[in-house]
Design a protein around this ligand. Structure first.
Ligand code: FES
Ligand SMILES: [Fe+2]
Length: 431
């Protein structure tokens, strides 16, 4: 087991957040969505910690990623990137489970989950057009622009134009039904990043999944509190005593997979479960434990996947400031589900809403406690070992990218005084 304590300052410090942005998000492969979100010929804007990213898929089926900004006057080419969002204020107005559920049921439409099919990507300001490979293909009244721009416009996008102007390209990879982006100039190989996870998701055929709910939630808590809560098994008998506790066995198995980890949670073997599983488990072939257990994957640095053959939960957390974050929440069922499989997915989704609500009301309490409490270190239980591993992986990466001396330098007074307000730019609010 890794260090059995976590430092409180890592949750409330501006300096720590700057390190995390730089070392954990900027140069890492970040999950960008499922392959099913990006049909051929479509565009999909998504929010990344570095800003807005435009995902496209050309007619040959290849995915591309660009900075979502026009080459003329930098205007956002496609707006969006959020699904139905809940702001702090709205969250406060909701007083109970029923209010919360009702609001979710009324926004079942999966928002901007799926890319929009377009012939060309048109800038809404002056009408420059780009193809799916990011090439500038049309400039209205072209003769009014300098020659570099006139020659850089490829009216026939299949022609080989050496001077072609292209949107700023980002690295994108597609593996086992998932899209990944990396904003680094020289990204590491995606296979190296995924390491032992390569091949884990093949039987599930993630490309067949679509959302029942796709929401982005903003929470008044440090991003790691939200991430860790979803990995923490120790809180289940207390915080979820009325819901999930009776349906799982006591100890999950825990496995470290390089930077990532996996908790396998055996679900109580009710007699009817076998019957249901036979009717619902398409995809495969599955190992028996893939049918009988919930596989909870933590994927460095900010993604959690709850995986079963018949539904998939995606939770991805991004920091806004030391004191607030956004969780991208997706609950998905497999496309083409029959009545039994579909009913099971919807019932489980409703149950998962209740369970999530029990966690949501804790986030603020945990964060406020950490801001107020002067304890330097928090002790961890054995059933919180996934959290210890997350911290170990984050710290190792921060030390590797920024140098251990820099990352351990004590915080200056100026940095400390910034603790009480949100000094970071609120990227998520301006897009
Ligand atoms: S800013 Fe995009 S066409 Fe002018
Ligand atoms: Fe929980």
């Amino acid at each position: 087991m890794h260090q059995k304590t976590v430092q409180t300052k890592k949750y409330i410090s501006n300096k720590r957040l700057r390190q995390e942005r730089k070392a954990l998000f900027k140069g890492s492969w970040i999950f960008a969505g499922l392959s099913s979100q990006l049909p051929r010929g479509s565009v999909l804007p998504i929010s990344h910690i570095q800003g807005s990213v435009l995902l496209t898929r050309d007619m040959q089926g290849r995915p591309h990623a660009f900075v979502n900004s026009c080459l003329h006057r930098a205007t956002r080419l496609v707006r969006g990137g959020h699904c139905s969002r809940i702001s702090n204020q709205e969250e406060k107005r909701r007083t109970g489970v029923w209010d919360h559920l009702r609001s979710r049921v009324s926004s079942l439409t999966p928002g901007s989950w799926k890319g929009t099919r377009v012939e060309k990507i048109g800038c809404p300001y002056h009408g420059w057009l780009y193809d799916h490979e990011g090439r500038l293909v049309h400039v209205p009244k072209k003769e009014g622009m300098d020659s570099a721009w006139r020659e850089g416009t490829s009216s026939d996008s299949s022609a080989d134009n050496q001077n072609a102007k292209t949107l700023k390209r980002l690295s994108v990879e597609e593996r086992e039904g998932m899209l990944w982006i990396n904003t680094s100039e020289k990204p590491e190989d995606i296979e190296d990043h995924l390491g032992p996870l390569n091949g884990h998701f093949l039987p599930y055929k993630f490309e067949e999944f679509e959302p029942i709910e796709a929401s982005d939630y903003e929470f008044p808590a440090n991003w790691k509190i939200v991430l860790e809560n979803a990995l923490d098994y120790y809180h289940v008998p207390t915080a979820h005593k009325r819901t999930v506790n009776a349906h799982v066995e006591v100890h999950p198995t825990y496995e470290e997979l390089s930077l990532h980890n996996l908790q396998t949670i055996h679900i109580a073997p009710y007699g009817w479960r076998g019957w249901l599983d036979r009717h619902c488990s398409r995809g495969g072939p599955y190992a028996p434990e893939q049918l009988e257990s919930l596989h909870k994957y933590y994927i460095f640095p900010n993604l959690i996947l709850n995986v079963l053959p018949y539904h998939l939960t995606i939770m991805q957390v991004f920091p806004i400031s030391p004191h607030s974050c956004v969780m991208r929440y997706r609950f998905c069922k497999r496309r083409g589900a029959g009545a039994i499989e579909k009913s099971r997915a919807y019932v489980t989704w409703l149950a998962s809403r209740l369970i999530l609500y029990e966690d949501v009301i804790l986030y603020r309490s945990i964060h406020e406690g950490m801001v107020q409490n002067s304890m330097e270190e928090q002790p961890l239980h054995i059933e919180e070992q996934s959290i210890a591993h997350v911290h170990h992986g984050h710290q190792e990466r921060i030390d590797a990218v920024l140098g251990s001396e820099n990352s351990n330098r004590p915080e200056s007074n100026e940095e400390k005084s910034a603790l009480t307000h949100e000094a970071q730019p609120k990227l998520w609010r301006v897009q």
